[in-house]
Design a protein around this ligand. Structure first.
Ligand SMILES: *Cc1c(COP(=O)(O)O)cnc(C)c1O
Length: 377
């Protein structure tokens, strides 16, 4: 089955007792045992729940891994994956990673003895130079958030294999419909499912998929032991959203391409960061490792006073954090999503008071452009 059809049928008809097309919400904490020493396969919902299992199997199949795991949020997912490691371990991480990833590493895992180097992960030489004897993993986003830098995943895997490191990719921005890092040899792919996978700005959740069984077993153990699982209701909402992933992503791609090309020509816009533009430095690499460039655009306006005015004046576009839903949203990364990154690092890498980030929704592109146009007036 091609990916597009597989997406529609993920988590469909999992209940053989009734033949229900939509996976039921198994709102139960525990399961009756047939007799002593026997189990239906389900004992207690922290360990395994049929609704959560449906979404976990769906994401594992789409990402081409051996097993998937669903968590309460993207951050719960990332925190659980980091628990695979030990005090004294060192990580190389994208310098413009999601602000919450930076915060959990810098404020919590550093207290537990984890060491982190933040580098421009679109620069393979910089990644290689950051590797130390105690480095255990390379953890990147591609494209990065919010500067849309593209990491060469094949080079990343090559570097990791040479140094016996794990590779972890946050695939939130492109989703398995557009990019499947495990197929390129990455070990662990994770998501904030709150974004494109669920797609409707109505649920927060996270997912992780492992390429090999040994890692999957370790993550299964951590998921049950730490317990930050996704509940059955939210698992169902995520499954419901995922069925239309292909349709939505095709529209996000097309809309973002049009909006990016329009922004490039705008006299008040200094620079547009979108890998779908031929002049983007990561365009060729992303074209070679993904099936589309997604719906996220960042752009720099020419003067600082323009940015807050745009946020106040948009009408259909909503000034809100988050991304990946059907509704177009606009954010101010320096103050919102990336406020936890120290000001000097933010300034150096370009997350400044002129940078706006746009999550291009699935509305008619003319309406998105018209709203931006009047807001930039
Ligand atoms: C939102 C986001 C996260 C965090 O996910 P939550 O579901 O909000 O906890 C992690 N990585 C990226 C790239 C994100 O956009």
């Amino acid at each position: 089955m091609l990916l597009e059809s597989q997406i529609v049928h993920s988590g469909v008809c999992t209940d053989s007792a009734t033949g229900a097309i939509s996976t039921p919400i198994y709102q139960t904490a525990t399961f009756r045992h047939p007799s002593l020493g026997q189990s239906t396969g389900y004992d207690y919902s922290r360990t395994k729940n049929p609704t959560r299992q449906a979404v976990e199997q769906a994401i594992a199949a789409l990402e081409r891994g051996v097993a998937g795991f669903a968590f309460a949020t993207g951050m719960a997912t990332i925190s659980t994956v980091l628990m695979l490691f030990q005090p004294g371990d060192h990580f190389v991480v994208s310098e413009d990673c999601y602000g919450g990833t930076y915060r959990v590493l810098d404020k919590i895992f550093s207290r537990m003895g984890f060491q982190v180097s933040y580098v421009d992960s679109s620069d393979t030489d910089a990644l290689a130079a950051a590797v130390r004897p105690n480095t255990k993993a390379l953890f990147v986003e591609t494209p990065t958030n919010p500067l849309m830098k593209v990491v060469d995943l094949r080079n990343l895997v090559g570097l990791a294999r040479m140094n016996k490191l794990l590779t972890i990719v946050d695939n939130t921005f492109l989703t398995p419909y557009l990019q499947r890092p495990l197929e390129l040899g990455v070990d662990i792919v994770l998501h904030s499912g709150s974004k494109y996978l669920s797609g409707h700005n109505d649920v927060v959740c996270g997912l992780v998929v492992a390429r090999e069984q040994e890692l999957a077993d370790k993550i299964a153990f951590l998921q049950n032991a730490l317990g930050s699982i996704l509940g059955p209701q939210d698992s169902w909402l995520l499954l419901r959203g995922m069925k239309t992933l292909a349709l939505r992503m095709d529209k996000h791609n097309a809309n973002a391409q049009r909006v990016a090309e329009w922004l490039v020509e705008h006299p008040k816009v200094e620079h547009v960061f979108y890998p779908g533009l031929a002049e983007h430095p990561g365009h060729t690499i992303q074209t070679g490792q993904s099936d589309g460039h997604g719906g996220m655009i960042s752009f720099q306006v020419k003067r600082a006073e323009i940015a807050p005015r745009v946020l106040e004046r948009v009408t259909m576009l909503r000034f809100a954090e988050s991304l990946g839903g059907v509704e177009s949203l606009i954010t101010f990364p320096a103050v919102q999503t990336h406020a936890d990154i120290p000001a000097d690092i933010r300034e150096r890498i370009g997350i400044n008071d002129r940078l706006l980030r746009l999550s291009v929704g699935v509305e008619h592109p003319d309406d998105i452009i018209e709203d931006l146009s009047q807001a930039l007036e």
